[in-house]
Design a binder for this molecule. Structure first.
Ligand code: SAH
Ligand code: SF4
Length: 406
C-alpha cells in the first residue's frame, strides 16, 4: 500500500522513499510529515502529536530501526506503525578506512544509485562530509564528481541517512549527545547543495532539531560553487556557515575551470558573500581555493585575492586545498613551496589562509575525489527496473534535474 499523508504533496519522490514492500520509510520525514503520516494510519487525533513526538525521539535521537524498541509507545500503536511504516537506512555497499582514520562509505539508495560520505576525525572534532546529489551538473574541470554522467538530487531522507549511517558505524547512539563523534557536518561531498535547496534545507532542519540529532547550526557548513540566487536564502532560511569554492581570482581563469562562473561572475559571487546573512568577524565565510599548478597559484593571484577580500569588505578566511589528483585529471598540485608562499602572502594581507592537510587520499576520500559508479541508464532499463520493483515510475521531470548526460 502506498501512503501519502493527508493534505500533503507527496513528501519526497516515492520511488526512493518506499521500502520494497511499499511501506513508507519514516527516515527523512520532518515533524509535519510525520504527524500527517501517523494521522493517516488511524491513530486517534488526540494522540497524534504525542505519538509523533515519541517516534521522532526514537528515530532521530536514539537511532532505533525497529518499532518494537519504542518502549513508551503502546503495543497496539507499535503494531500499527510496523504495519504501515519502516525506518530504513540505505545500504552500505562498501566502507573503507584510511590509514589516517578517515572513513568513506559508499551508499546505495533504493533506486540503485550511489553516493559517498566521508568521516574525518581530528583531535578536537569529527567532521562528516555529506553528499547532496548523485554526481554534479557543474563539471568543474578539476573535480572528479563533475565527470559523472548521471546526476540526480538526493531526497531529504537520503541526506539525513548519511548522518544516521555514520552514527551507526561510529556507535554513537548509546550516548547521542555527550558521546558525539560526528561533531560537525560539511555539505562538501558530491553535488551542488544549492541546486537541491529544498531537500538540503529539510535534511539540515531535521539534523538540527533540538529533540533529535541536535547538531548546532554553527557546526554545519554548506559549500557552494557560487549559485548566487540561493546564497541569501541559505543564510536566511537555513542559517548555517557558508563556504564558497572560489579557486580563481580572475573571471577568465574561473570560467575556464568552473563553467558556472559564466553564469554568475566573480563580482556577483563576492557581492552575494558581502550580503550573506549572519556573516561577521566571529562567523566568517570560508573561501576554498584548490592549488592548481600554473593555473591559479602565482604570487600575483595571492595578492589579487587579498585585494578582492578587502574591496568587498568580506569577513572571510581562505582554505588552501592542495589539489587532490584523480585518474585522468589534467591538473597537478602546486609545488609545496608555492603553496606556502601563497599562504604567506594572504596572511601578510591580514587574512587567515591555512593549508588544509589532505585526508583520506589513499582511499580516494579527499576533496574532489568522490565519484560513484552510478551510470546513466536507458529509458528501457529504467522502465524494466520500475516494473520489477512494482514501484511508481519516476519520470525525468520528477527530479529537479532530470537525467543529465554531461
Ligand atoms: N559542489 C560544492 C560542494 C563540494 S565541496 C562546491 O563545489 O563547493 C568540495 C570542495 O572540494 C569544493 O571546494 C571543490 O571545489 C573542491 N575540489 C573539487 N575537486 C578538487 C580536487 N581535485 N582537489 C581539491 N579540491 C577539490
Ligand atoms: Fe560540482 Fe562542486 Fe565538483 Fe564543481 S567542485 S563539479 S560544483 S561537486
Amino acid at each position: 500500500m502506498q501512503i501519502t499523508p493527508n493534505g500533503h504533496e507527496p513528501i519526497i519522490s516515492p520511488r526512493v522513499n518506499l521500502a520494497a514492500e511499499g511501506k513508507l520509510n519514516l527516515l527523512g520525514l520532518d515533524r509535519e510529515d510525520l504527524k500527517a503520516a501517523i494521522a493517516g494510519i488511524g491513530v486517534p487525533e488526540k494522540q497524534v502529536k504525542m505519538r509523533a513526538g515519541q517516534v521522532w525521539h526514537w528515530v532521530y535521537h536514539r537511532g532505533v530501526t525497529s518499532f518494537d524498541d519504542m518502549s513508551n509507545v503502546s503495543k497496539d500503536v507499535r503494531a500499527k506503525l510496523a504495519e504501515h511504516f519502516v525506518i530504513e537506512r540505505p545500504q552500505i555497499v562498501e566502507a573503507q578506512y584510511s590509514n589516517d582514520g578517515t572513513r568513506k562509505y559508499l551508499i546505495r539508495f533504493a533506486d540503485g544509485n550511489e553516493a559517498e560520505t566521508v568521516y574525518i576525525p581530528e583531535e578536537d572534532r569529527g567532521t562528516l562530509c555529506v553528499s547532496s546529489q548523485v554526481g554534479c551538473t557543474l563539471n568543474c574541470k578539476f573535480c572528479h564528481t563533475g565527470t559523472m554522467r548521471l546526476v540526480r538530487n538526493l531526497t531529504a531522507g537520503e541526506i539525513v541517512a548519511q548522518m544516521m549511517i555514520a552514527r551507526d558505524d561510529l556507535d554513537e547512539w548509546k550516548n547521542p549527545t555527550e558521546g558525539r563523534r560526528v561533531t560537525n557536518i560539511v555539505m562538501m561531498g558530491m553535488g551542488e547543495p544549492l541546486y537541491n535547496f529544498d531537500n538540503v534545507k529539510k535534511a539540515l532542519e531535521i539534523i538540527m532539531d533540538e529533540e533529535g540529532i541536535q547538531l548546532s547550526r554553527r557546526r554545519i557548513t554548506l559549500s557552494t560553487s557560487g549559485v548566487v540566487p540561493h546564497m541569501e536564502r541559505c543564510g536566511k532560511e537555513i542559517g548555517v556557515n557558508l563556504a564558497v569554492s572560489l579557486h580563481a581570482v580572475r573571471d577568465d581563469v574561473r570560467s575556464d575551470i568552473m563553467p558556472i562562473n559564466k553564469k554568475y561572475s566573480l563580482e556577483q559571487v563576492l557581492t552575494a558573500c558581502a550580503n550573506y546573512p549572519g556573516a561577521h568577524n566571529a562567523r566568517r565565510i570560508t573561501f576554498e581555493y584548490a592549488m592548481l599548478k600554473g593555473v591559479n597559484d602565482s604570487d600575483a593571484d595571492a595578492r589579487e585575492l587579498v585585494r578582492l577580500i578587502r574591496k568587498y569588505k568580506l569577513p572571510a578566511k581562505v582554505n588552501l586545498i592542495p589539489f587532490n589528483p584523480w585518474p585522468g585529471t589534467e591538473y597537478q598540485c602546486s609545488d609545496w613551496d608555492q603553496i606556502q608562499r601563497f599562504s604567506d602572502i594572504v596572511y601578510e594581507g591580514g587574512i587567515s589562509a591555512p593549508i588544509r592537510t589532505p585526508r583520506g587520499r589513499d582511499i580516494m576520500a579527499a576533496c574532489g575525489q568522490l565519484k560513484s559508479a552510478s551510470e546513466k541508464k536507458s529509458k528501457a532499463q529504467l522502465a524494466r527496473e520500475a516494473a520489477a520493483n512494482d514501484a511508481p515510475h519516476m519520470e525525468a521531470s520528477d527530479s529537479a534535474l532530470g537525467w543529465v548526460t554531461g
